[in-house]
Design a protein around this ligand. Structure first.
Ligand code: ZN
Length: 124
């Protein structure tokens, strides 16, 4: 059983940005923002679509190597969201430092980044 704790203040730091980034379901690259028309694309390019297809076929055959890590698309999206939060937390520290923030403020922002990094220790 996993116990997850959240330090106070971290949510406020991380929650300042609410952008929703979409990523290629195979390689994880950011996908360009799509228009409102049609279904949003899942892959950045044809080779990614092909490799994803091959992976699905391998999973169905049970032919994956023993150390393969298979994430569902939901798990991957969740992981990428948490990576994005970590980057935002790091950028917040960078911005604050460039703006001449004091040690107390930087310490608070760093605490938020530690929490974001801790959230990344789980893969799913
Ligand atoms: Zn891709």
């Amino acid at each position: 059983m996993e116990l997850v704790t959240e330090a106070e203040g971290a949510v406020g730091v991380i929650g300042q940005r609410r952008e929703v980034a979409r990523h290629c379901a195979w390689c994880g690259r950011r996908l360009p923002d799509h228009g409102r028309i049609g279904r949003p694309r899942r892959y950045c390019a044809q080779p990614c679509r092909q490799r994803a297809y091959e992976r699905r076929a391998a999973v169905q055959r049970g032919g994956l190597p023993e150390d393969a890590v298979v994430l569902s698309s939901t798990e991957l999206a969740d992981l990428q969201d948490r990576l994005f939060q970590l980057r935002c937390a790091a950028e917040d520290i960078m911005t604050a430092a460039e703006d001449g923030a004091g040690g107390e403020e930087l310490r608070g922002l760093a605490a938020g980044m530690v929490d974001a990094a801790r959230g990344l220790e789980r893969l799913r």
